[in-house]
Design a protein around this ligand. Structure first.
Ligand code: HEM
Length: 319
């Protein structure tokens, strides 16, 4: 009898420990329900105000989450400023003079910490939720963001240079890059649809408009007005014809050889991804649904969980 009781206590303890470990070792949409029930609504209202003031801020926040997740997982490493111990990712090629939105992240962190009464929400989670809320604010789909990511205590400029895809990549380089992050060819096409909002600097598409042949000559001429052969590196062009709207115009533009970046047009250049681009070009509903799915997948890349990392007090610095 006594041994039976002992056995059931051990069994209960085992089951409890298993549950507790699962809760601590995976992300969950309810992560802040008890510790900060106002977290999600607070993030949403700061993002909505920022996007209302400047639509492009939504694009910049979406891009920050992408650049965060592609460097050692979604751990807020992109937000760390340079310091004697931090080789900031902000100085990596894809981010320098290009990544923006850091002040909005600071404002969100401040508002959330105040709403919670304590710093419990990580900067990595703030980025994931702000990316979703930005897409929603610009007319895109919504999705449930799993939460509980913790913040890194390190950053790596070298890793950012090595892991974030470049605009001069070929289709096979893009596919290989996404594969290295656990994302497939379909995710590549769908997530590139993030370029339905926002802008690109002349320096990132000059080669494409002057030297590539897979571009509409009329469109290239238009862009040459914005982007001269020499100078004007920071001049901006919209990434699709409706850069403030999260629609499927980006894919239609690719079908008409009006991709702004070389890497965009690679997705519709006679290769394996052509049919997918074509189908999204006339099916916004499918694009929205699939974008939500791929964003969840991207947001779950190698999070820091359990007792790894920390909850930063200031998103720009380690504690
Ligand atoms: C497939 C490989 C990708 C490449 C090579 C690429 C490259 C670029 C480049 C060069 C720019 C212009 C940056 C500048 O001139 O400052 C840009 C902008 C942008 N990218 Fe990507 N990107 C890729 C995928 C993605 C993904 C997966 C997302 C999000 C899901 C994304 C979201 C954005 C957004 C929203 C902007 C506009 C940012 C703004 O207006 O501030 N990109 N991208």
């Amino acid at each position: 009898m006594a041994s039976q009781k002992f056995f059931s206590i051990v069994l209960y303890a085992f089951v409890f420990a298993a549950f507790a470990t699962t809760a601590l070792s995976s992300l969950s949409p309810n992560y802040y329900d008890y510790s900060c029930p106002k977290a999600l609504s607070t993030i949403k209202s700061v993002v909505a105000a920022a996007v209302q003031k400047e639509y492009r801020m939504g694009a910049s926040l979406l891009r920050l989450h992408f650049h965060d997740c592609f460097v050692n997982g979604c751990d807020g490493s992109i937000l760390l400023d340079p310091s004697p111990t931090i080789d900031s990712e902000k100085n990596a090629l894809p981010n320098f003079q290009s990544a923006r939105g850091f002040e909005v992240v600071d404002a969100i962190k401040e508002a959330v910490d105040e709403a919670c009464g304590k710093p419990v929400v990580s900067c990595a989670d703030i980025l994931a939720v702000a990316a979703r809320d930005s897409v929603v604010a610009l007319g895109g789909p919504t999705w449930e963001v799993k939460l509980g990511r913790r913040d890194s205590t390190t950053a790596s400029r070298e890793a950012a240079n090595a892991n974030i895809p470049a605009p001069f990549f070929s289709l096979s380089e893009l596919i290989d890059n996404f594969k290295s992050h656990g994302l497939n060819e379909k995710d590549l096409v769908i997530l590139s649809g993030g370029h339905t909002i926002g802008n690109a600097r002349c320096a990132t598409f000059r080669d494409h408009i002057y030297n590539d042949s897979n571009i509409s000559p009329h469109f290239a001429k238009e862009l040459k007005h914005i982007c001269p052969r020499k100078g004007g590196d920071l001049n901006l062009a919209p990434l699709d014809r409706t850069a403030a709207k999260f629609d499927s115009a980006y894919f239609g533009d690719l079908v008409h050889k009006k991709g702004v970046l070389h890497s965009d047009q690679e997705l519709f250049n006679g290769g394996s991804t052509d049919s997918l681009v074509k189908s999204y070009s006339h099916n916004t509903k499918a694009f929205h649904k699939d974008f939500a799915k791929s964003m969840i997948k991207m947001g779950n890349i190698k999070p820091l969980i359990g007792n790894r990392g920390e909850i930063r007090l200031n998103c720009r610095k380690v504690n």
